[in-house]
Design a protein around this ligand. Structure first.
Ligand SMILES: [Zn+2]
Length: 481
């Protein structure tokens, strides 16, 4: 039974509901992609589906718009699948249970996928309409955006003729995004060798940190569990005789780690001193982070006294020097856009393997040369310590365009409709506009969208009234010559 059947704008919510009925988490986009192909065929529209299941659909211009350049409407097909612990929906196989709560559409117990199903719904509504005016519309739907923008990186856009792109993947109405950061994953590793030692085995755990998104929340001044644990181990040196067995923390390079662990071997005679220093240092960290990260804990679980394999002195030294000397956090702020972080990095994952310790960083910058220099500095230091650096997933930023007809037109239309100007913003995170504009010379893009709350969580909500206003705005934007 339809839940959104009578919700305006019906032409948009009809498609949104159909999309919600098809499971479409990242890496499971075949079904939703096939649905888009079937839609295009049913409407006699040209469609391309590539082997990753990215989609391009083309609709001809309406009368009078034949000579107006094509316009691209873009969004991503995949959604983040999160659910409440007691929710029994299998998000790989079942659709969502939609419900209306006041002005909001929600999914019971799960993410809604308004991010970014609403973009696909808007685009399908434009492609299906026979009462709108517009130039040639090229709809681009990408896969695997939420897991590293793999679809946008892979897609072949040589058949696309438009040079103006409406990316509908922002979560606040009235904000137009006009630039984003580029980035890369940088893995710095040091070689380690082992020897046998005897001592008191201790498991250290750093917990209670807030974490957050390594781009948009890097300016919150929060602690990083990996670097803070590294700091403790360095500060312990020279005060207590101890050996390092292993250390690890974090699971995603683009999340600020909330927890980390290390196993160490402490000289049994120095256990009291060790505990004393642990308490002192913890108090110092709690004091330093009392505003941004007030619940830091550093626990020491004392295990048995035993013989075990530990890092040799040089390995331990290299691992701790690299962990403490590599930069982390904000490196510079933008002087063009007040409040925008320009360059940053985050040690998201730390892992000990048999023969090396790997530190995985998410590096970001809206200035390519600054990003390249930061990676070069990291490489120089890592190599000086005999280690190796692997750079992967390098994606381009999206630079602010001084002159943008699309932005001017959209600002004028918005101001006429609502009597106030939209906010023009930049973001210290990657969006697909960077990868797509990198493939089409002279691309002019804007990212916008209706109000959504708590995206990527089971509390995700999409505002109905905002969806309606953004639809009215979108129909005017596409009708602009
Ligand atoms: Zn999104």
């Amino acid at each position: 039974m339809s839940v959104l059947g009578n919700v305006e704008p019906k032409e948009v919510f009809q498609y949104f509901e159909e999309i919600c009925n098809i499971p479409h988490g990242s890496y499971h986009e075949k079904q939703i992609s096939d649905y888009c192909v079937a839609f295009a065929k049913e409407h006699n529209l040209e469609v391309i589906q590539d082997k990753l299941y990215n989609i391009i659909i083309r609709k001809p211009a309406t009368p009078g718009y034949e000579n107006v350049p094509a316009l691209i409407i873009q969004g991503h097909l995949d959604m983040v699948c999160e659910k409440e612990s007691d929710c029994t929906i299998d998000m790989e196989k079942e659709g969502l249970e939609l419900q209306i709560n006041g002005d909001f559409v929600e999914a019971k117990g799960t993410t809604l996928g308004g991010d970014d199903g609403i973009a696909v719904a808007y685009a399908l509504a434009v492609l299906a309409a026979d009462n709108l005016q517009h130039p040639t519309i090229e709809a681009i739907f990408t896969v695997s955006e939420e897991v590293g923008m793999e679809g946008a990186a892979f897609i072949d856009l040589s058949s696309v003729t438009g040079k103006k792109l409406l990316n509908i993947d922002s979560e606040e109405e009235g904000i137009f995004l006009t630039s984003c950061a580029g980035g890369a994953r940088v893995n710095c590793s040091v070689k380690i060798a082992h020897e046998e030692k005897v001592g008191q085995l201790v498991k250290l755990t750093m917990t209670g940190l807030k974490g957050g998104h390594s781009g948009t929340e890097i300016d919150k001044g929060r602690a990083n569990a990996n670097t803070l644990l590294g700091r403790f181990l360095l500060e312990l040196e020279g005060k207590v005789t101890y050996e390092l067995v292993e250390m690890c923390g974090g699971s995603k390079d683009n999340a600020i780690p909330r927890e980390s662990k290390a196993t160490i071997l402490v000289d049994a005679k120095e256990m009291d001193t060790f505990q004393q220093i642990r308490k002192e240092k913890l108090a110092a960290y709690q004091n330093e982070y009392s505003v941004a990260d007030p619940s830091i804990q550093l626990n020491a679980e004392v295990l048995s006294e035993k013989k075990c394999m530990v890092l040799v002195e040089e390995s331990k030294h290299n691992a701790l020097v690299l962990l403490n000397a590599l930069p982390n956090g904000i490196q510079s702020m933008s002087l063009h856009v007040p409040g925008l972080v320009e360059t940053s990095l985050n040690l998201g994952i730390m892992n000990t393997e048999d023969s090396k310790i790997i530190y995985s960083y998410a590096v970001r910058s809206s200035v390519t040369s600054a990003k390249d220099y930061l990676i070069q500095k990291m490489t120089a230091l890592t190599k000086r310590l005999g280690g190796e650096v692997v750079v992967s997933g390098n994606y381009p930023g999206w630079e602010y365009k001084e002159e943008s007809k699309l932005r001017e037109d959209m600002m004028r239309i918005y101001t006429q409709m609502y009597g106030k100007a939209p906010k023009i913003e930049a973001i210290h995170a990657g969006v697909e506009c960077g990868l797509i504009s990198d493939k089409i010379e002279g691309m002019d893009c804007i990212s916008f969208g209706p109000d959504m709350q708590n995206v990527h969580t089971a509390d995700e909500k999409l505002s109905i009234s905002s969806t309606k206003r953004v639809w009215e705005f979108l129909t005017k934007v596409i009708a602009c010559k």
